[in-house]
Design a protein around this ligand. Structure first.
Ligand code: NAD
Ligand code: PRE
Length: 368
């Protein structure tokens, strides 16, 4: 397809969608705007967008597709701003926000002016933010939820899907209310739990200094998402307040139930509790993005000598293994640090683990 695509908010999601569109629709021009001009500059430099717009109005007026990929509150404000502009009557406006009811409600101002708004939410992401984390394969096999209202003609929805075909995502249409309930259960609520486990652990760690050093595999797995953007999640929670309050009540019942089993030492019932959880968890679809992490990290214990990092990256380059990110954690006393190398795929992570095993004696482990 050709035409002008305007992406507002050039972070993880806006950047990844821009890459998908550029890959699939090479005749299209992708214009971007970010309130943080550094992000916009970086997006241009990384080839994520073709042009930077000076402001929202400049980018929006002649766009054929507008994608708002900003935090959910800002998304509402941007929609109000767009509703004041003389947009191309054929433009499709969509967003990527993690909540839908309030956003779709605010888009009534666009619909009143005859402008098509189709709420969107690609159900894949990461705890990482910013355009430098953007990648073309982020949405592969993920569900992409769409919330077109009844007034939206079907061909417009098909047109939007065609623009987004490079995501290789699976589109699903839901109502905004149903969207917020479903994502409340599988995404927003788990986020609260992850953050609460971290908060509780932090308090206990004040008296128990060994805790941070012992918080390894299981703790890291269940709390990875607590490292996501606090600002973004604050707004998601407030947008989906009622659902989350209901789920918190249910969770308290759930916790009281397991507490009672423990108090009464109901061994069989505790076993059943875990068996049932394992059965449901093991039965979750494996190939769908929702069930697997979006980034594949390999942890390498590295000793203290100059050039050790370039030595490792050199071995990976020799074996043609691409890395997407590299950083050092200094969490253990007995070694200089832990190198965390991120890969695009599980296959690359496994190849890297084998490669490091062949060329070095450094211990590696998989975690998040
Ligand atoms: N991170 C995820 O896992 C994920 C997944 C799916 C959907 N989402 C949703 O997608 C949206 C973007 O999330 P993200 O992870 O890309 O966040 P991000 O922080 O990586 O990027 C958001 C970008 O929006 C910019 N921005 C903020 N206000 C703006 C404004 N008024 N005008 C223009 N730009 C503005 C920020 O500067 C930032 O660069 C959010 O609504 C989020 O709820 C996130
Ligand atoms: O993988 C993660 O880090 C995510 O939290 C991604 C996740 C999710 O909860 O699944 C987070 C918010 C988005 O709205 C969609 C996807």
């Amino acid at each position: 397809m050709n035409g002008r695509v305007f992406v507002i908010g050039l972070g993880l999601i806006g950047g990844s969608l821009a890459l998908c569109i550029k890959k699939e629709h090479q005749d299209a021009v992708v214009v971007g705007f970010d309130i943080n001009s550094e992000q916009a500059r970086l997006a241009k430099m990384l080839g994520v967008i073709d042009e930077i717009a000076g402001n929202i109005s400049d980018g929006a007026i002649d766009a054929d597709l507008i994608i708002i990929a900003a935090p959910v509150n800002e998304t509402k404000e941007i929609i109000q701003l767009l509703a004041e502009l003389p947009l191309n009557p054929k433009v499709i406006v969509t967003d990527t926000g993690s909540t839908k009811s309030k956003i779709v409600e605010s888009a009534a101002s666009l619909l009143q002016k005859g402008i098509t708004f189709i709420g969107g939410h690609p159900m894949a992401g990461s705890h990482k933010s910013g355009v430098s984390a953007a990648k073309e394969i982020l949405f592969e096999n993920a569900f992409y939820l769409l919330t077109p209202g009844n007034l939206i003609e079907e061909y417009k929805v098909e047109l939007l899907k065609e623009w987004l075909i490079g995501t290789n995502a699976k589109f699903l249409t839901v109502t905004p209310e149903n969207h917020d309930y479903l994502t409340g259960v599988v995404s927003h609520f788990p986020h609260i739990i992850a953050a609460s486990i971290v908060r509780q652990t932090e308090k206990i760690a004040e008296a128990e200094s060994l805790i941070p050093r012992l918080a390894a595999g299981g703790f890291r797995d269940i709390t990875r998402i607590a490292s996501s953007s606090p600002e973004m999640w604050k707004d998601i929670l407030l947008h989906n307040r009622d659902t989350l309050i209901e789920l918190l009540d249910q969770w308290q019942d759930e916790m009281n139930g397991i507490k009672t089993l423990l108090e009464k030492e109901k061994s069989d019932a505790i076993l059943d509790y875990f068996k049932q959880a394992k059965k449901f968890r093991d039965g979750l679809p494996q190939k769908e993005k929702g069930a697997i992490p979006a980034f594949y990290d390999l942890f390498v214990d590295i000793p203290d000598y100059p050039g050790v990092i370039s030595e490792i990256t050199g071995y990976l380059a020799k074996e043609n293994i691409s890395i997407t990110n590299i950083r050092i954690l200094e969490t253990r006393e007995d070694i200089i640090g832990v190198l965390v190398i991120s890969f695009q795929t599980e296959e690359d992570r496994q190849k890297a683990e084998r490669c490091i095993g062949i060329y070095t004696s450094f211990a590696t482990s998989v975690g998040t």
